[in-house]
Design a protein around this ligand. Structure first.
Ligand code: PAF
Length: 277
């Protein structure tokens, strides 16, 4: 496994690859969710590249960029056994040199949900992912369903900009008690960690109604809010029952649907979702 920083080294390695290339973009502090993406990339592609870059432009001014967990040594020891060919760890100066002024922005689909709470977030995500696609030129790129809106936005960008990249979205990996794995779970302590299962419980309760035949989206949103309200430590930011592709809120569920939510537990912001249909 080769670990590199510079763009020239990346391009030289990319040129030496024969066959297909799979890219797993990450911000490091890897967990089992990332490892499941890497395993799938390994199974599907001749060459696997993992990028580790805590992308400053996707953090809002009041967000946790400086506190975002980092541990490169630990990340490399987790990746090593998985048969990854190349780990690329560019610096902020490589990705955003002095005088940087070019951005990739996706419109309508970035506005609701996460976009309504974090107005500059997706501009940072799409810009960095476009730059990663340009640099690595992968055939396939792997993202987690946990960040459902991010996956939808990246699919849209890939279509709109004609990137010849197959965007693969992999199922959310959960702890035994249902909490979706996330690098930010590290911030959850004591009672907040226990309370964090309320997201999974709320989504499960709404899914149970759906499986019993309920198709009124308002009823499902109401059920999720009711379960979240039963946990006094949780502050709800949004609860949604939306069309899976457009992310528009639904009145009546017809096709593939995204149930999603963002909840604060203390200072830790958690998101989670289920796909129906
Ligand atoms: O999901 C993430 O970790 C990041 O948003 C991504 C896709 C690596 C872009 O920085």
């Amino acid at each position: 496994m080769k670990t590199i920083i510079g763009l020239d080294e990346l391009r030289a390695s990319r040129l030496s690859f024969k066959g297909t290339v799979g890219l797993v973009p990450t911000m490091g502090y890897l967990h089992e969710g990332h490892l499941s993406l890497i395993r799938l990339a390994r199974a599907e592609c001749d060459n696997v590249v993992v990028s580790i870059f805590v992308n400053p432009t996707q953090f809002g001014v009041n967000e946790d960029l400086s506190k975002y967990p980092r541990d490169l040594e630990r990340d490399l020891s987790l990746i090593e056994p998985l048969g990854v060919d190349l780990v690329w760890t560019p610096t902020p100066e490589i990705m955003y040199p002095t005088g940087y002024q070019t951005w990739v922005e996706v419109e309508a689909i970035t506005r609701p949900l996460e976009g309504s709470m974090r107005p500059t977030h997706f501009k940072g995500v799409t810009t960095v992912v476009a730059k990663l696609f340009n640099a690595v030129q992968p055939h396939k790129a792997y993202f987690g369903q946990k960040d459902a809106q991010q996956a939808a936005v990246i699919r849209q960008m890939t279509r709109d900009l004609n990137f010849p990249v197959d965007v693969i979205v992999c199922p959310t990996v959960r702890e035994a008690d249902g909490l979706a794995m996330s690098s930010r779970n590290k911030y959850l302590e004591g009672e907040d960690r226990k309370a964090a299962t309320v997201l999974f419980r709320a989504l499960s309760a709404a899914k149970e109604l759906y499986e019993g035949g309920e198709r009124n989206a308002g009823t499902l949103r109401g059920k999720m809010k009711e379960v979240l309200a039963s946990e006094p430590r949780a502050t709800v930011q949004y609860v949604s029952c939306a069309d899976y592709d457009s992310l528009e809120e639904l009145d009546v569920i017809k096709g593939k649907t995204l149930l999603s939510m963002a909840v604060l537990l203390g200072k830790t912001r958690l998101i989670d979702n289920f796909v129906l249909g």
